[in-house]
Design a protein around this ligand. Structure first.
Ligand code: HSE
Length: 447
């Protein structure tokens, strides 16, 4: 019997997956730029194995291309001309910072139909609407994971993981410098000015620290998260922002005695169809999840109507953590380009879920008040009378020490109260003849 053999030629052919090459260009070769270049070069094969895309570092533009950044950059990658990045690359990574030249480069890239990845929180917070309109008009995208909480993928979580949720609230510790200062003050009993100077020496705080310690860095991040949560770029115009300069060791000690820690907290809430956005030092429970985020670490707690509470924790700054977020964006864009599906998961979708902002007068909060009063009979009655008139409930009241002519501190924690009622009551308390100093007020979030 003849032996017949059929060879299935198809099955013996080895399938070779076609690898698409995406060219990436970086503008700005500073700390983060160097971290991104390093990550793209070192983990090239990890990324190509996971995506079947060759995500290739093609150009890096900076005015200084001679200083050693500790990375071996391939030949012909470095340039002093940002136009080469914009003209030759598929994805333009803006890491220049600031809101002038960075905006020019991003708009130039978008108008050249190039996708953009940026870590620029100030630019997005102030000009997000304009930039996303330009991206939409050109059919390209802007991804911005590294702009909020560094290496924590909070933007992707809000954009994708929590997409089916209405966002009830977001609480964030999103400035490592402030968290480091507050943690050291608390642990070591050293005052704000001394810790700040030390943090500057150690490189944890900028020589010009205002953006961090006065709350504006956190405010930029708050504007971005509220845009994602509620589909509208509200900016900073209606946001209450206060920093940590005036936090005293005495208030920290009183807060600790009452079971609280003081944190610079971003608060975003959806309340009765309106948006509440504020940044200020806040008393939070010392044994709560947010209260336990210390040192340079960041943490963001998101409450979704379906999922409930979620907490995201990690490093909010630094070369490697930030590079991790930037490269994740680059890979997301590269995957979209390779699959020809640019708008499958847009980085931002205008939604206008809630477009009205609540004014500070209208917010509800609990409060910590510290008065300095004369130590004599009847003072407590006068103080209580003002709280009763304002229909403000006193939850705790502590009076420490005996008066020695200089007065005694009186610490009061209130129940939930409208800010306007609290401010009116504070004005009346300060007008009392027993009141020796301005009242120190801090807000409390029971999380
Ligand atoms: N300066 C910020 C911080 C990091 O201290 O967390 C960049 O946003």
């Amino acid at each position: 019997m003849p032996f017949l053999c059929f060879i299935n030629r198809k099955s013996t052919k080895k399938k070779v997956k076609k690898v698409k090459e995406i060219k990436v260009g970086i503008i700005g070769f500073g700390t983060v730029g160097a971290g991104v270049a390093e990550n793209l070069l070192n983990n090239y094969s990890v990324i190509s194995t996971r995506t079947s895309i060759s995500v290739k570092l093609h150009k890096i533009a900076d005015l200084d291309i001679t200083s050693d950044r500790g990375i071996a950059i391939p030949d012909n990658v470095l340039t002093t001309d940002a136009n080469e990045v914009i003209n030759e690359c598929d994805i333009v990574v803006e890491l220049v910072g600031g809101t002038t030249i960075a905006k020019k480069f991003i708009l130039q890239a978008l108008n050249n139909k190039k996708h953009v990845v940026t870590a620029n929180k100030a630019l997005l917070a102030l000009h997000g609407k304009e930039l996303f309109e330009a991206a939409k008009a050109n059919g390209v995208d802007i991804f911005f994971e590294a702009s909020v909480a560094g290496g924590i993928p909070i933007i992707k979580a809000l954009r994708e993981g929590l997409i089916s949720n209405k966002i009830n609230s977001i609480y964030g510790i999103m400035n490592g410098t402030c968290n480091y200062i507050l943690t050291r003050m608390e642990n070591e009993g050293v005052d704000f000015d001394t810790v700040l100077k030390d943090a500057q020496k150690l490189g944890y705080a900028e020589a010009e620290p205002s953006l961090d310690i006065d709350g504006f860095d956190t405010a930029h991040k708050t504007a971005i998260l509220s845009a994602l949560a509620y589909g509208e770029w509200f900016g900073l115009d209606h946001m209450f922002v206060d920093g940590i300069r005036n936090i005293s060791l005495f208030d920290m000690g009183c807060a600790a005695e009452l079971g609280y820690r003081i944190k610079l907290l971003a608060i975003i809430k959806n309340k009765d169809g309106k948006v509440e956005m504020r940044v200020h030092p806040t008393l939070v429970h010392a044994d709560g999840m947010i209260g336990n985020i210390s040192d340079v670490f960041n943490g963001v707690m998101v409450d979704g109507d379906t999922v409930g509470n979620t907490l995201f924790y990690g490093r909010g700054a630094g070369r490697k953590a930030t590079a991790s977020a930037v490269v994740a964006d680059i890979v997301d864009v590269a995957k979209n380009i390779a699959a020809n599906s640019i708008n499958r998961t847009p980085a931002f979708v205008e939604g206008k879920l809630f477009d009205q902002i609540i004014s500070m007068d209208e917010i509800d909060s609990c409060y910590y008040l510290r008065m300095m009063v004369t130590d004599r009979p009847g003072v407590m009655a006068q103080v209580s009378q003002i709280f009763a008139e304002g229909k403000i409930n006193i939850d705790s009241l502590i009076q420490h020490g005996e008066g020695e002519g200089n007065g005694v501190p009186l610490i009061i924690l209130t129940g939930m109260t409208k800010e306007k009622a609290m401010m009116d009551a504070i004005a009346k308390l300060e007008a009392l003849d027993c009141s020796l100093e301005k009242v120190r007020m801090l807000r409390i979030e029971n999380i």
